[in-house]
Structures are given as structure tokens and as C-alpha cells.
Design a protein around this ligand. Structure first.
Ligand code: PNS
Length: 159
């Protein structure tokens, strides 16, 4: 059985994230969605809230585990016996940073492979920070976040 990890901040989860998680689950038996506990990032949603939103947004996908993690992803993968990281690539601009992270994770944990999935065309420009900016200025984010969590995100972010 291969365990893969989809890591991220998920602040908040977008339809782009859900697409990558769904496709990762088609490829791997067990997928851990690992939500970074990052006190330096000052997230808009607490860890518990991000996990709760993810659980609701992915409730139709079986074989998922959604958890928080702290510290190095390479170490967390080792403790969970996960051998694959699945990351979404939106554009060439993502590549350099993701390439650096992939090589670093491989150095720290040689058993760990990073698999990049190209994002679906309609999600190419999408990110949590873009969603937050649009929501903060009262724009329509209904195409960008799962319908079942839209109100929670608007209630938190819309001024
Ligand atoms: O959604 P994000 O913020 O782009 O996710 C980034 C994440 C969580 C994948 C990355 O910051 C991470 O792996 N953080 C854990 C700390 C770590 O392992 N850093 C070294 C990797 S080069």
C-alpha cells in the first residue's frame, strides 16, 4: 500500500486543492492531507478551522486522512511511512520553488518522491491568497471555493 501526502497551508482550501486531492487519491491507496501548523504565517483560519473546512470540502472522497503537522514535512512523512508527496503545479512560476522544496525533501528523506500534478486549466490562476483578497474586497469567490464552505469563508473574510 502506498501512502501519499498532499501538504499545504489550506488557508482556506480552494477548488484547486480539492481537484489535486481527488486526483492524488485516484493514484494512491491512502492519502494524508497534511495541514501545516505555521505560527509564522499568521493564517486567516486556525488549524482546527482549516481541517474542518477541508473535511467538509472533501467529504465525498474516501480513503483520506486530514491532519495537522508541525516541523519538517520530510520527517512527518517518515513517521507516517509515506513515500510520496503530491503537489499541484499551476504555472512555470511555481516550478523553481517547488523544485527546490522537492530536492530538499529528497535530501532530508531519500525515500520520499515528489509527484507534480499539473493543475486543471480552469484553476491555473487560483490560490488561497487570491481568494482571500477577492473576498476581503467583497468580490464573488463562488467559483473558487467549494459551495459547502462558501458561507464560512465569506463570513470570516468579507468586510
Ligand atoms: O500551501 P503552501 O503554503 O504552499 O504549503 C507549503 C508547505 C506546507 C508544503 C511547505 O511550507 C512545507 O513543507 N512546510 C513544512 C516545513 C518544511 O518541511 N520545510 C522544508 C521544505 S523545503
Amino acid at each position: 500500500m502506498t501512502t501519499a501526502i498532499c501538504p499545504g497551508s489550506f488557508d482556506p482550501v480552494t477548488v484547486g486543492h480539492v481537484d489535486i486531492i481527488r486526483r492524488a487519491r485516484k493514484m494512491f491507496d491512502h492519502v494524508i492531507v497534511a495541514v501545516l501548523v505555521n505560527p509564522t504565517k499568521n493564517p486567516s483560519f486556525s488549524l482546527e478551522e482549516r481541517i474542518g473546512l477541508l473535511k467538509r470540502a472533501t467529504k465525498e472522497i474516501d480513503g483520506l486522512e486530514i491532519v495537522g503537522f508541525d516541523g519538517l514535512l520530510a520527517d512527518y512523512a517518515r513517521t507516517r511511512k509515506a513515500t510520496v508527496l503530491v503537489k499541484g503545479l499551476r504555472a512555470v512560476s511555481d516550478f523553481e520553488y517547488e523544485f527546490q522544496m522537492s530536492l530538499t525533501n529528497k535530501k532530508l528523506n531519500p525515500e520520499l518522491e515528489t509527484v507534480f500534478l499539473t493543475t486543471s486549466a480552469e484553476n491555473m490562476y487560483l490560490s488561497s491568497s487570491i481568494v482571500k483578497q477577492i473576498a476581503m474586497f467583497g468580490g464573488d469567490i463562488s467559483d473558487f471555493v467549494p459551495a459547502c464552505i462558501l458561507k464560512d469563508i465569506q463570513d470570516r473574510l468579507c468586510k
